[in-house]
Write a protein that binds this ligand. Structure first.
Ligand code: ZN
Length: 441
């Protein structure tokens, strides 16, 4: 591996020895269990019913004795039942709408905002951003944690932040060019929307702007999409992970070696479990990611099941950070579709599509149930302009190839439709990749 320029925001913590880190984690784990048990009736009851208490946590392994928490618990205790402080102690309140069920509400005390700023400062620094950068923050500002999370982090590193938020892509491109934006933060699908918009405006982002870094997250994306974004925008693209319940963006981020996403483990304790049995799995094993917030005051979450599948690694990273790395999350167990008894992850579909250079990474998956109650899977994907220009026979040939590849990967026969470039609806926020018509009236 070639030497890369590595910047680290907080060496004291980000490069501490694993044994010191574990001591710190255990200390903080005991504190947070005690804090939650004495301040949140939900935890008092949960642990009383399970016959466990803070005193039972004598080692990090003992965390497995504590019951899990889930998104359903947050919904059941809507809006503020899981909070450990009175509302007057909160400085920000956010919520996620979710496609099903009630909103889940999160909140931050002044101390929580400091932790958020710190972890987001680590994110920017890992990506190579400094106070000299101009951050073009195209994450949506609002109840969604993306916008304000990236904003707080940019302030923490003393960069100039442009709170442009999502949408109005043409104006975004003008701002990027005229204000000299150097760091772009948004969802990966929106980064591609911006690239297309710039092209339509006759601009070459690589030459006509100063963009050099992109930090993208809030939806799954693949290596092919990374290459595509890097090529079209002339940036080095970094993957970031977070979820509103845990803190928002800032849970983990890639370093310049792109060997996985370093987790801020001194604040968020990760575990990998078997999603079926709930048994803990070790490092290097694929399973469901579970987080315990070690320092969060307002909304402490202990053994919170994320539904995201990944692998944790602790082998040394050339950047010098000792914090464990998680592999890029490629799908949420919630997103899994069951088609005629076969498990299908949208990320698998994306993988197949991205193998084809003649396709744009813009697609929608439709599922439906026919009269004879058989589930159908239909994938619409955009042709590149060059494939489109080759005419109907070329498109038909490509369709057959994609269909065959789908069958081989998914083990489910798939209807494939290659549509004109630009015809799939773009959004300013998270891309809507799956339309499950089976549940619709
Ligand atoms: Zn690293």
């Amino acid at each position: 591996m070639t030497d890369k320029k590595v910047l680290i925001w907080n060496r004291e913590f980000e490069t501490m020895s694993r044994s010191d880190l574990q001591k710190l984690q255990l200390e903080r784990l005991k504190e947070i269990v005690e804090w939650a048990t004495t301040h949140v009736p939900f935890y008092t009851e949960l642990y009383a019913n399970a016959g466990v208490s803070a005193d039972d946590v004598k080692s990090l392994e003992d965390i497995a004795r504590l019951p899990f928490t889930t998104k359903q618990d947050l919904r059941d205790n809507y809006p503020f039942g899981m909070f450990a402080v009175p509302l007057t102690e909160l400085r920000q309140i956010h919520a996620t709408s979710g496609t099903t069920g009630k909103m889940t509400v999160t909140g931050y005390t002044a101390k929580d905002l400091e932790v958020w700023g710190e972890t987001m400062a680590r994110v920017y620094t890992a990506a190579g951003a400094t106070h000299e950068d101009i951050v073009h923050n195209a994450y949506g500002y609002g109840l969604f944690t993306g916008g304000l999370g990236f904003h707080i982090g940019a302030e923490e590193i003393s960069a100039a932040v442009i709170p442009v938020s999502g949408g109005l892509s043409k104006r975004q491109i003008e701002i990027m060019r005229d204000f000299g934006s150097t760091v772009l933060t948004c969802t990966p699908s929106y980064a591609l929307v911006l690239a297309e918009e710039a092209k339509a405006m006759g601009m070459d982002v690589r030459k006509d702007t100063r963009l050099r870094i992109g930090i993208f997250g809030a939806e799954p994306w693949t290596e092919r999409m990374r290459l595509d974004i890097e090529e079209k925008l002339g940036v080095e693209a970094f993957d970031i992970y977070g979820l509103a319940e845990v803190i928002g963006p800032g849970v983990s981020v890639e370093c310049p070696y792109h060997t996985g996403l370093h987790i801020a483990e001194d604040h968020f304790y990760p575990e990998i479990i078997d999603p079926e049995s709930g048994e803990p799995l070790g490092y290097d094993q694929l399973g469901e990611l579970v987080f315990t917030t070690l320092t969060k005051e307002g909304l402490p979450l202990i053994r919170y099941r994320t539904r995201d599948r990944t692998i944790l690694r602790t082998d040394p990273c050339p950047c010098g950070r000792t914090m464990a790395r998680m592999e890029k999350v490629l799908g949420r167990t919630d997103d899994m579709l069951i088609i005629r008894g076969v498990n299908v992850f949208p990320s698998q579909v994306e993988h197949v599509l991205l193998e084809f250079n003649e396709l744009e990474p813009q697609y929608v998956i439709y599922t439906d149930r026919e009269k004879d109650s058989l589930d159908t899977l239909e994938v619409w994907v955009e042709a590149t302009q060059s494939l489109q220009d080759c005419g109907a026979a070329a498109i038909e040939g490509a369709t057959d190839k994609v269909k065959k590849a789908m069958q081989e990967t998914l083990y489910v026969s798939t209807v494939v439709k290659i549509v004109e470039p630009g015809s799939i609806q773009r959004s300013g926020g998270k891309a809507r990749r799956v339309v499950d018509r089976r549940e619709m009236p």
